[in-house]
Design a protein around this ligand. Structure first.
Ligand code: B3K
Ligand code: ZN
Length: 878
């Protein structure tokens, strides 16, 4: 980094002086030298008599010419810097014509216009448009776009942009052109173009008002057999948004293009989504059940943005959660309706508690609506997305489905075509329902994970029961009390929900009720309770908080068996496992013998024996908490001991329940034989069967290794193949090498399957994994410029393989730093994701702290560090 980069503050927000009504773009596409001509129709805003200088953003551009109202400007009439083009003298209303030259082939940052697999594509969110041409590159400037693409006809037969195709034709020298027009005003970040040699599948959708929409998915021709699931997902999402939100699609065409080189999952460009191929391509032989589910979720997420993001967009990037938190909530609910609601909630909460809580505990902690940033790309975070979705979910709970819908109707109608703030969103919900959400708004402005400390007293004589709730936010002492909806139930000795009647109320509510926590400390007294209840707290994870309560192991076991709330039944098991496992880590430190209480194993046994249980929920119920999640209950974190304990637990469970696991495994394997089906029953069956296999593989038993290898060889679907390959990769046996070699030979031409092969090796717990990861960076299968490959190999090692990455000597760290410094000059969005593995350095023991700090300092000292990495490193060290 040459100079200290500038911080942008929400409090400095100013509207622009000018608006851009229309933008007419013309691209003459060549790999190393693309000429972009842009015509902007610009008007001064407000009535001030003066016309302030016009400042346009632009980066990595070669300016060829600028004309104002048809007259070319000389270089004395504008000021050019690395980041902007400033024209000091402009009239109130004018047309600006700009010609720039760019080099898509040299673009390794994958933002702006770049090449992937030989095809041109774009990524403009958040600030990629300024790498295409000079423009007011901010979301509150919304213009109508027309886009003309000119390219070689043989190499790039398909030419796409936003909106509708208006005209196309042939030119000399084997070139052709197409002109697209988007009738909806949009910010720069939603602009997109694609030019390439692509095949497509096509379908139709009839909207609720009877309009016909053409749906197209474009892929490289060898992938054409892997698009059907994405198309079905799109149609389901379109119908769902009509049914649940009354939102209809607005253009005559909806296009999705899959590319192999992409920084994130996908992008919601108006009418022309561009996707990481990972979230489009699937067939049973190459994609797992969870790939299928992820595709359905991401296709829906980008589609839902058409309203929550595109029609109503963000005023500035601090408002990112306005579109992302809301859209994640929408996609979570869609997936819950399409799959299993209970399991979906468990998965979402697992992500939030493991990764977002971790972010909240790190130096990168920020509110859902951040107040400042150095690099906005660093703020596409779990807090903005996942916690943002929880905030919307709480609003949904507080209002109820019907009133929430009234609120979103009001929001979409009131702000259609506008760029607004999270405040406008909350205000629309308030106005539609005449309620007061003043205190609730703090969820947008205060960082940190609130903690509820809950204690209880039962007064036998009065038959009353009091819960005392205290809230605080560790690490954020300035926080005011949040408004927290705490859903609870009270169970009697038979495991039935007791009637809940708060003091002063005349009638009781049966089942779950929501307590509104608003103060730092609050008492809730229930009356008419004939026996001391067992409390079931935070049902359905009704708020993104931590709960502390002194429940006994027996009470947790009881909840695990009887709670009427699916989520809390699962969570009681998780809490119990966390308690046992943190105690075991302590035993490791004290050199004590490790053992697991019978009651815990018996609970697992009961679940496995219960044929009436939903298999997907049973799978979740007998899955131990992850190593990262366990780490969040410990300070200092000891990743090696955590790994040892988790493994010990799995081995002990497998030894004790070996026969039962074998019985269930074989029964489900028989039941599931035959054609692969992707319905809930089949997915649940495979998940439980494969979990049994993974426990059994802890036993290092020759016969079991053989049957695992058989499953690997004989399965007709990637779910079962991966479920066998994973434990084999963790086992030192001949079958391991055979399976890995066989897998690569079979799939080396399928990049997404190769990613799985890389990740499975990077995640292996066998000694020598780091050396293998290093070797793989030199393998033909690896490409340091491809984000999917970097995530699969290096990301997996640094973020998931805790015991080996945090190995005592620090060699894992040295490797990561080396990779970060190599990747940063090419693609700073990817290097910054890797640096995140260091942000929690203060939570480790002193030796690791010293090693981790050294790495951060080494990175900080590197010349020409990107703003992205600079921000994370400086905040971590600060
Ligand atoms: N809006 C995009 C994310 C863009 C990230 C830019 N660094 C995908 C999504 O959330 O739908
Ligand atoms: Zn999104």
């Amino acid at each position: 980094m040459q100079q200290t980069p500038k911080t942008t503050y929400l409090s400095d927000y100013q509207p622009t002086d000018y608006r851009v009504d229309s933008i007419d773009l013309h691209f003459d596409l060549h790999e190393t030298k693309t000429i972009v001509k842009s015509k902007l129709s610009i008007q001064k805003l407000d009535n001030s008599p003066k016309t302030p200088p016009l400042k346009l953003n632009g980066e990595e551009l070669l300016l060829k010419s600028v004309s104002l109202n048809g007259k070319q400007l000389s270089s004395t009439q504008y000021a050019l810097s690395d980041e902007s083009l400033i024209i000091p003298e402009v009239p109130e209303s004018f047309e600006l014509a700009i010609e720039t030259e760019i080099n898509p082939k040299a673009n390794t940052a994958l933002t702006g216009l770049y090449l992937s697999g030989g095809n041109f594509c774009t990524q403009c969110e958040a600030q990629g448009f300024r790498r295409i041409t000079y423009m007011l590159d901010r979301p509150d400037v919304m213009a109508r776009y027309t886009t003309t693409l000119v390219a070689d006809k043989a190499q790039y037969p398909v030419l796409l942009a936003n909106g509708h195709l208006r005209e196309s034709g042939e030119l000399g020298a084997n070139r052709h052109w197409a002109k697209w027009a988007d009738p909806f005003p949009k910010p720069t970040y939603l602009f997109a173009l694609v030019a390439g040699d692509l095949a497509r599948i096509e379908d139709q959708f009839i909207t609720q008002s009877g309009r016909q929409v053409t749906l197209q998915i474009y892929v490289q021709s060898h992938n054409i057999d892997k698009c059907q699931h994405a198309m079905q997902s799109l149609k389901k999402a379109m119908r769902w948004d009509e049914d649940v939100y009354g939102r209809e699609y607005d253009l005559d065409i909806y296009m999705i293009v899959a590319v192999d080189d992409f920084n994130m999952g996908a992008m919601e460009n108006k009418g022309l989504n561009i996707f990481n191929s990972e979230y489009v391509l699937a067939k049973p032989e190459t994609a797992t059940d969870s790939d299928y589910e992820d595709i359905e979720g991401v296709i829906a997420h980008e589609y839902f943005h058409n309203w929550s993001g595109n029609r109503v967009t963000c005023r500035d990037w601090f408002q990112l959660s306005l579109k992302e938190g809301f859209t994640v909530f929408r996609d979570q609910e869609f997936s819950a309706d399409m799959t299993s609601r209970g399991v979906k909630r468990i998965q979402d909460v697992n992500i939030l508690r493991t990764h977002q809580f971790r972010e909240d505990a790190s130096p990168m902690a920020h509110p859902v609506r951040p107040e400042s940033y150095i690099e906005i790309d660093n703020f596409y975070t779990l807090t903005v997305y996942e916690k943002g979705a929880e905030v919307v979910r709480m609003l949904h709970h507080l209002l109820g489905a019907e009133n929430f819908r009234k609120g979103t109707d009001c929001y979409f109608e009131r702000h259609d075509g506008q760029a607004v703030t999270t405040e406008h969103f909350v205000k629309a919900l308030e106005d539609a329902n005449q309620i007061d959400l003043s205190q609730f708004r703090l969820w947008y402005s205060q960082a940190g994970t609130p903690e509820l400390e809950i204690s209880r007293t039962y007064n036998e004589a009065a038959k009353s029961y009091t819960l005392t709730v205290k809230q605080s936010t560790p690490g954020q002492d300035q926080n005011k009390p949040f408004h927290i909806p705490l859903a609870i139930g009270l169970l009697d000795k038979q495991g039935q929900d007791m009637p809940l009647q708060l003091q002063g109320e005349s009638a009781a509510i049966k089942g779950t009720r929501v307590l509104h926590i608003r103060a730092a400390a609050q008492d809730f007294t229930f009356q008419n309770l004939n026996e001391q209840p067992i409390p079931s707290l935070l049902r359905g994870f009704s708020a993104p908080v931590k709960v502390k309560m002194d429940l006994s192991d027996e009470e947790r076991c009881f909840l695990m068996m009887h709670d009427s709330d699916d989520f809390n039944r699962w969570d009681a098991g998780q809490q119990l496992a966390v308690k046992i496992m943190t105690q075991l880590v302590e035993d490791v430190h004290q050199n004590r013998a490790l053992q697991v209480a019978d009651a815990f194993i018996e609970a697992y046994q009961e679940i496995l024996n219960n044929d009436t249980l939903d298999k997907a929920l049973a799978t979740q119920a007998i899955s131990l908490p992850s190593e990262s999640y366990l780490g969040s209950f410990m300070e200092p974190i000891d990743p090696v001991a955590i790994h040892q304990v988790r493994r010990f637990m799995r081995q002990t469970i497998a030894q004790r329940l070996r026969d039962l696991f074998l019985k269930v495994y074989h029964r489900l394997a028989d039941e599931g034989r035959g054609e692969y089906r992707i319905d809930q029953t089949s997915i649940s069956l495979r998940s439980l069967k494969n979990l049994c296999l993974s426990y059994l593989m802890e036993l290092n038993d020759e016969d079991i290794i053989k049957s695992c290898y058989r499953q690997f060889l004989d399965s007709n679907n990637m779910t079962d193949v991966m479920a066998a390959l994973q434990p084999l990769a963790n086992t030192d046996c001949a079958e391991r090498e055979a399976a890995l070699a066989h897998f690569y030979q079979q799939w080396k031409h399928e990049p997404l399957v190769v990613d799985k092969w890389l990740a499975i090796q990077a995640n292996s717990r066998l000694p020598g994994t780091l050396d293998q990861v290093k070797r793989l960076t030199q393998h033909e299968a690896f490409d340091i410029k491809n984000p999917n490959k970097v995530r699969a190999l290096i990301g997996a090692f640094a973020h998931n393989n805790h015991a080996q990455f945090h190995e005592n000597s620090g060699i894992g760290y040295a490797f990561l730093t080396d990779m970060i410094l190599q990747i940063d000059p090419m693609n700073s969005q990817i290097s910054s994701c890797l640096v995140e593995a260091y942000t929690l350095w203060r939570k480790y023991d002193v030796q690791r702290q010293a090693l981790l700090k050294q790495q951060l300092e080494k990175i900080a000292d590197a010349p020409r560090l990107s703003k992205n990495v600079y921000e994370i490193v400086s905040k971590s060290l600060g």
